[in-house]
Design a protein around this ligand. Structure first.
Ligand code: SF4
Ligand code: SF4
Length: 384
């Protein structure tokens, strides 16, 4: 469980969220509290955003700390930065709570190193769906600014998974920016965070009770919407016939997999030669069933992914953003993930300290296995 800090430092937020965050980061850069910072920046064409590792701090003026869309989950960028091991620079990254959670999961899978990284996060009001933004970036920028300005936690325009996200606040970052009405609070959540605040000469002298209550209220509403959504999604994935129906429009492009920060295997079975049978095998399958749908193995692909990564899915919604045929992949994976994680009493991305269930050996599980073997033997005996 994340230990909730008791106090935070008040930040002047008169100039709005984006400007207040930029002012904080510029000051931290001037004080050399980090050597570089990774932030979203609008691409020159103006219709998307990219992660930029900023070394020349003048460029901070061009950054958008809270981008309206999430084309790439930041954990993928952090993975590229850190996977070769420890470096000699301190890098700050300002990312959303779902991106922090993805970083936590990848760190447990030894794909991210966090020693050199200072993770900064903020209470997230959501992101717009990629397809909507790309259709009309001018509308997207205006709508998103309005969401931030009015602190609209229930916008109809954000991604479907953002509308049901209950983990939009403090997670395992080093420093978190808490939003409450017109206030912005800097909340240190680790030693690195405390050092950063101290380096900024800021005192954590504000009680956090009001902020906690504010977040609790939003979370309660989100949990109710989530439960409603999951009731519907449950019917779409229960049993093979429903799965087949739900994924009937899938074109097998595997975009959902490429966009997913959690798909962690270095060599994917579905990209390998083994997963691509020759025409004789395909014809044999067609002969057995009368015909086969092409591309092959669409349900196996999705159930394979569920089996592989639903313990670590952090409901970022990137898979839905990437789907060209609008299958609600993110809601489906979020639902399956919540069930898998409940079974293992695990919450993906909550804390660096919780071991990944699949990586941890528990002697009592051997007992469970023993019971399964025993039951199987009894059943076998019964058939003799
Ligand atoms: S399955 Fe979808 S929602 Fe879950 S982590 Fe991957 S991209 Fe995000
Ligand atoms: S992105 Fe959509 S169409 Fe492509 S494989 Fe995933 S579910 Fe199927």
């Amino acid at each position: 469980m994340t230990k909730i800090p008791q106090r935070g430092a008040l930040i002047n937020s008169e100039k709005g969220l984006q400007n207040s965050l930029l002012t904080f980061l510029k000051k931290a850069a001037e004080k050399k509290l980090f050597d570089a910072i990774m932030l979203p920046m609008q691409v020159p064409s103006g219709d998307s955003f990219a992660w930029i590792l900023i070394k020349d701090m003048q460029l901070l003026d061009e950054a958008t700390p809270i981008a309206p869309i999430m084309p790439v989950n930041a954990a993928k960028a952090v993975k590229r930065l850190t996977r070769k091991g420890e470096g000699s620079s301190k890098i700050a990254v300002l990312i959303k709570p779902c991106e922090v959670r993805a970083c936590v999961e990848l760190a447990k899978l030894n794909q991210i190193r966090t020693e050199d990284i200072i993770i900064l996060s903020y209470d997230c009001l959501g992101a717009l769906p990629m397809q909507d933004y790309i259709k009309d970036p001018v509308w997207g920028k205006q709508e998103f600014s309005a969401i931030l300005e009015s602190k609209n936690w229930n916008s109809q325009f954000v991604k479907p998974v953002c509308k049901i996200c209950d983990k939009f606040s403090l997670s395992a970052s080093d420093l978190h920016f808490g939003i409450i009405d017109e206030q912005l609070l800097a909340i240190a959540n680790s030693e690195k965070g405390e050092t950063l605040l101290a380096g900024m000469d800021m005192k954590a002298d504000q009680e956090l009770e009001n902020w906690k209550q504010y977040i609790r209220k939003i979370r309660t509403k989100r949990l109710a919407s989530k439960a409603e959504t999951f009731e519907v999604i449950k019917t779409k994935v229960a049993g093979f016939a429903n799965l087949l129906d739900t994924f009937s429009e899938c074109i097998g492009c595997h975009n959902c997999q490429s966009a997913c920060p959690i798909c962690y295997c270095r060599q994917c079975y579905f990209d390998s030669a083994v997963s691509k049978p020759n025409s004789d095998v395909v014809l044999m399958r067609a002969e057995q069933r009368g015909g086969v749908s092409l591309p092959l193995d669409k349900i196996m692909f999705h159930t394979g992914r569920m089996a592989h990564m639903s313990l670590s899915c952090i409901s970022c919604g990137l898979c839905s953003d990437a789907c060209p045929v609008n299958i609600p992949v993110a809601k489906i994976f979020s639902y399956v993930a919540s069930e898998t994680q409940k079974t293992f009493e695990y919450t993906a991305g909550e804390s660096f300290g919780d071991a990944l269930p699949m990586k941890e050996y528990k002697p009592e599980e051997l007992g469970e296995l023993g019971k399964l073997v025993q039951n199987a033997e009894i059943q076998e005996g019964g058939h003799e």
